[in-house]
Structure formats: structure tokens, C-alpha cells
Design a binder for this molecule. Structure first.
Ligand SMILES: [Ca+2]
Ligand SMILES: [Ca+2]
Ligand SMILES: [Ca+2]
Length: 312
């Protein structure tokens, strides 16, 4: 800066170069020339200094202005720098927080991914299991329906079987009863003919006593239902009571089981209600003819024929 301020102050000119000094006397010439020279020199120097000052002042003003500008710029820059620094620090903190958040989110995301994978695997497994159970359930339901139908069919069969069993038991009981009866009458040496056992007595009793005797044996006086049975009863060749009477109402012949007489085998002229006798009971009187019956007094004593019909 000093070199710039003093660059116009060059070395003073020599006396030969001062034209005003040539007219002066030789004696006074040196002093005047010296004064003039000094004055010129001072003037020049002053002018130079003025110019220099002016330049310096201009330079100073320019520098001041420049300084002020620079100061403002510096202030602005400093402010901006502070602001940017603050912003940077804020951004740094924000970035740090974001990075932390990002790391946390990344960790959380990875955990969620793992959980999602696990969940997906579990879901797939459960879906397969569910589908398998559905198929199993469908199979079980179909099997259940079939079993239900089978059960119903078996129940119906069982009911039928039970009814059949009950029927068979009843039939068996009946057969056992028949067998028992059969054995009983065989043991008692009764005669079997066409579904019935017959007993021909060896003693004689009234018609009523004969009927009591048959009852005691679980039988009745014989009821003749067919020609064959009529022929059979004649083969004993004994005058014997049969289970036919009109004691309840005269002329209304009924068998001992209450059934009316439909087919009869009366001897010729019978029943005749022989005069002065109350002939209400029937006996086999003849043995060589199909017409073999006679009505006689019930108090007469005769042999008798019992019949036990077996329901075979
Ligand atoms: Ca009979
Ligand atoms: Ca009679
Ligand atoms: Ca008679």
C-alpha cells in the first residue's frame, strides 16, 4: 500500500532542466532559481500529494465501501453459514434419528418378514390339515350315512328277527306243549288217530261222570268230526258215551265244546226220546254200521271214549 501512495513522488529535476532560471543574473540567479525550484518542487509535490491524497481518499472510500460490502457479505455469509451449520446439525440429528428409525424399521421389517414366513408356513400347514380334515370329515359323513342306513336296515332286520324269534318261541312252546301232551298221552297208552288221542274206558259210568273223568285227564268226551273218526270209534266195539247231548234244550243237539251237530250217524229210528224216558245223551250202540248212535238216559252207565285233540 505504501508503494501505491508514494509512486508519484519521483526524484527532483536537475537545474538544466529548469527554463525560468536562464534569465536571471549569475549572482542572483542561483538563489532565485533555488527558490523557484523549491517552489515548483513543493507545488509539484503538493499537487502530487493532492492527487495522491485524492487517489488515496478515493481508494480509501472504495476500500471502505468494499470493506463494508465485505463486512455485510461476511455477516450475511456468517449468518448463512450459521444457518446452514444449524441446518446441517439438524439434518445430521434428523439423519441420525432417521437412520436409527430406519435400522429399527429394518429390524422390525425383518422380524415381520420372519413372522410372515412363519405365519405363511403355518397357514399352509393348517390349510393342508384343514383340507385333509375336510376330506376326512366328508368321508366320515358318507360313512356315517352308510352306517346309519345299515343301522336302520339292521334295526328293521332285528325287529323282524325279534318278531320271528317271538313267533318261533311261541311256536316252540306250543310244540313243546304238544310234545309234552303227546308224550303224556303216549305214556298213558291212549290211542293216537288223525291228530287226536283217544281213551276207551274199562269201566262204566253215567254220561256226566264220564265227562268229568275225561276232564280230569285234560280231555273231553269224543267229538266226532268226520266219517273216519266215526268208523274209528266203532272199532272199540263197546257201547260207549260220546260228547253229544240235548240236555240244555230238547232236540238241540250240541257237542261238549258247544258246537252244533251238523253231521250225524243215528241208528234207524233214533233219536227217539223213548217213551217215558228222558233220553238226552248219545251212545255208540251199533258197531257194524255207519248208523250207530242212540239217544239214551244220561244216568245210564256206559263205557265212554275220551278225546284229546292235538293242534298239529
Ligand atoms: Ca273229534
Ligand atoms: Ca232228548
Ligand atoms: Ca233212543
Amino acid at each position: 500500500m505504501a508503494s501505491r501512495l508514494w509512486f508519484g513522488l519521483g526524484p527532483a529535476r536537475s537545474r538544466k532542466e529548469q527554463p525560468g532560471l536562464q534569465a536571471l543574473s549569475d549572482k542572483s540567479r542561483p538563489q532565485a532559481w533555488l527558490k523557484a525550484s523549491q517552489q515548483n518542487s513543493v507545488t509539484n509535490e503538493r499537487d502530487t500529494l493532492k492527487r495522491t491524497n485524492t487517489a488515496i481518499e478515493a481508494t480509501s472510500r472504495s476500500l471502505t465501501t468494499e470493506k463494508d460490502n465485505l463486512k455485510r457479505q461476511l455477516h450475511t455469509c456468517t449468518s448463512q453459514q450459521n444457518s446452514v451449520t444449524n441446518e446441517r446439525d439438524t439434518l445430521k440429528r434428523t439423519n441420525t434419528a432417521i437412520e436409527a428409525t430406519s435400522r429399527s424399521l429394518t429390524t422390525e421389517r425383518d422380524n415381520l418378514k420372519k413372522q410372515l414366513n412363519t405365519c405363511t408356513l403355518t397357514q399352509n400347514s393348517l390349510t393342508k390339515e384343514r383340507d385333509m380334515l375336510k376330506r376326512t370329515t366328508t368321508g366320515i359323513e358318507a360313512r356315517s350315512r352308510i352306517l346309519s342306513l345299515e343301522k336302520d336296515q339292521l334295526n328293521r332286520t332285528l325287529n323282524t328277527c325279534t318278531l320271528s324269534e317271538v313267533s318261533l318261541i311261541k311256536e316252540k312252546d306250543k310244540l313243546e306243549k304238544k310234545l309234552s301232551d303227546f308224550a303224556q298221552f303216549v305214556q298213558k297208552k291212549w290211542l293216537y288217530f288223525s291228530g287226536s288221542f283217544y281213551y276207551i274206558s274199562t269201566t262204566m259210568k253215567t254220561w256226566q261222570s264220564s265227562q268229568y273223568d275225561c276232564w280230569r285227564e285234560g280231555a273231553d268226551l269224543v267229538i266226532i268230526n268226520s266219517n273216519e273218526e266215526e268208523q274209528f270209534t266203532r272199532k272199540f266195539a263197546k257201547k260207549a258215551w260220546i260228547g253229544l247231548t240235548d240236555r240244555v234244550r230238547e232236540g238241540s243237539w250240541k257237542w261238549v265244546d258247544g258246537t252244533p251237530l251238523t253231521r250225524s250217524y243215528w241208528c234207524t229210528g233214533e233219536p227217539n226220546h223213548y217213551i217215558r224216558r228222558n233220553e238226552d245223551c248219545v251212545e255208540i250202540q251199533k258197531f257194524d254200521s255207519e248208523c250207530s248212535w242212540n239217544d239214551a238216559e244220561c244216568t245210564n252207565e256206559n263205557y265212554w271214549i275220551c278225546e284229546k285233540k292235538l293242534d298239529i
